[in-house]
Design a binder for this molecule. Structure first.
Ligand code: SF4
Ligand code: SF4
Length: 113
């Protein structure tokens, strides 16, 4: 009986709370605001990269591979956006954009070099 009382109390309180869900694209061209530290599509700065390969060692998903030029590439179709690569990179060559719409027709389009 006490449990039902608690549930009813929570349900009543919820009636007066603002919705948590953010409305998606309410107007044409309008983008949903994302938090400052949101981790979206990877931005890789080849110029800063020194080819130390620490990012490859730290990535839990096997997203990053070494290229013939001794740089790296990211196959984002396996990325879990954990941010480990960016944390590990000694040159700050890996950052995350606020881009969250990364639906593509071809998997190859998700490779970042
Ligand atoms: S964000 Fe995580 S999963 Fe994605 S490439 Fe970096 S380390 Fe790998
Ligand atoms: S950790 Fe940074 S500098 Fe090292 S290979 Fe990866 S991107 Fe390049």
């Amino acid at each position: 009986m006490l449990r039902i009382g608690g549930i009813l109390k929570d349900a009543f309180k919820a009636l007066f709370k603002k919705p948590v869900t953010v409305q998606y694209l309410t107007k044409p061209g309008e983008m949903v605001p994302v938090p400052e530290r949101y981790r979206g599509k990877v931005i890789y700065d080849r110029e800063k990269c020194i080819g130390c390969l620490l990012c490859i060692r730290t990535c839990p998903s096997g997203v990053i591979s070494v290229t013939e030029e001794g740089k790296v590439s990211f196959n984002l179709d396996r990325c879990v956006f954990c941010g480990q690569c960016g944390e590990t990179c000694p040159r700050k060559a890996i950052k995350f954009s606020s881009e969250f719409e990364i639906i593509v027709h071809r998997r190859g389009s998700l490779i970042v070099k």
